[in-house]
Ligand binder design. Structure first.
Ligand code: UD1
Length: 363
């Protein structure tokens, strides 16, 4: 007996989570699989480049929803996906992470009687002003299979009343990708292209609405990067959201000490991370990747939904005050780093475990 599985991607952090799951699905001859791209992210360097780097197949369905306010974007995904499923529904929808496409996909599926698996379930920042927090909570409460990356996630889910039998601690699919693509990333020429020497630059990313949507707040953080660049040159592939606000407010120009780039592909980014002296970020996934790579990471946020990266990894939460960020970064540059450990089951085999559970579920 075969069963149909559809995986959904929408935004940049989804592609590297779905790629290893897709490979496992391909190995299973009971599975009839399809891939949906919502089009939440659509620029070449936010989408196509990742499909190429990760060798993901062209999506079977492209919804083309594009950007917009949260309600509109979520509704568009729901409207389009419901139409697609009306003419042929899968038995299981796999959604990953916490973007609007994740929640929208789960909502449509559950109302059509399609089972939902949520990968990277149970993470909580306990900050409801983050759109991702709402997406995580809604998705988790309606999903049938919840796959977790770290012990805190299971605790959160149980506290929220989720039936424990739905929860499966499987590890981290983003780390599956890190293991799988690392040899390919090593061959990237990005360091030479940017004239960077291994271990002698910092890598920066910044895109959270709370850090970038207010131009004055963003100016403060960019000022830190500029200052820090005097001690250690920084590379900053800027998210389109951030770039737009920088341009509209004439906030910062690229220089030798703070190289501002357009978004870059997966393999180039992994290579930049692997050889960085430190990473400054407000991303979720990068906190995890740096922990596995053993690279010091300073997270420019007041909270994290990935506490294990702080408890045992190389991640430090440094808040958003420019003085504090600068002080903490100088500590790292001064050599005051701490060795991290790799969290349990972050071993490159999470997707294998996930598909084993799924297969058992449909037996
Ligand atoms: C989304 C996710 C966030 C994730 C981030 C990773 C939600 C609520 N947020 O945030 O969790 O960390 O992706 O990148 O789902 N834009 C482009 N080209 C694109 C995509 C976006 O120019 O291909 C610009 C548009 O101006 C758009 C803005 O970026 O309005 C924001 O895009 P959106 O998808 O709404 O949220 P992100 O900030 O990318």
């Amino acid at each position: 007996m075969t069963y149909k599985v559809t995986a959904v991607v929408g935004a940049r952090p989804n592609y590297m989570k779905v790629a290893p799951i897709w490979r496992e699905l391909e190995k299973n001859d009971r599975v009839v699989r399809s891939l949906v791209h919502t089009g939440q992210h659509y620029d070449r360097n936010m989408s196509k480049v990742f499909f190429d780097d990760l060798r993901l197949p062209k999506p079977d369905v492209y919804l083309g929803v594009g950007s917009g306010p949260h309600g509109e974007q979520t509704a568009k995904v729901m409207f389009e996906l419901e139409r697609v499923f009306s003419s042929g529904a899968p038995d299981l929808l796999i959604v990953v992470g916490d973007v609007n496409s994740t929640m929208a996909g789960a909502l449509v599926a559950v109302k059509m009687g399609i089972r939902v698996a949520h990968v990277e379930s149970g993470l909580r920042s306990f900050d409801r002003t983050m759109p991702e927090e709402i997406n995580r909570m809604v998705t988790d409460i309606i999903a049938d299979l919840l796959f977790t990356t770290e012990p805190s996630a299971e605790k959160n889910l149980l506290r929220e009343g989720v039936d424990g039998s739905k929860i499966h601690f499987v590890g981290n699919v983003m780390i599956d990708s890190l293991h799988f693509y690392r040899p390919m990333a090593e061959r990237s020429t990005i360091l030479d292209d940017l004239s960077l020497a291994p271990g002698r630059y910092g890598l920066v990313t910044l895109h959270r609405p709370s850090n970038v949507d207010d131009p004055e707040g963003l100016r403060g953080i960019l000022g830190v990067f500029d200052e820090l660049g005097k001690d250690c040159p920084l590379v900053f592939p800027a998210h389109p959201r951030t770039r737009k606000i920088m341009n509209n407010n004439k906030l910062q120009v690229s220089s030798e000490r703070l190289k501002i780039l357009d978004p870059i592909g997966y393999l180039d980014f992994i290579k930049l991370m692997m050889h960085a002296r430190l990473v400054l970020t407000d991303s979720g996934g990068i906190q995890e990747e740096t922990t596995v790579l053993g690279i010091p990471c300073l997270t420019i946020r007041e909270n994290t939904e990935r506490p294990i990266t702080v408890d045992i990894g190389t991640n430090r939460l440094v808040g958003v005050s420019p003085e504090r960020i600068l002080e903490e970064a100088r500590e790292v540059l001064g050599g005051r780093t701490r060795p991290g450990r790799i969290p349990e089951l972050w071993d490159g085999k999470a997707s294998e475990r996930i598909i084993r559970v799924v297969d058992e579920y449909f037996r």
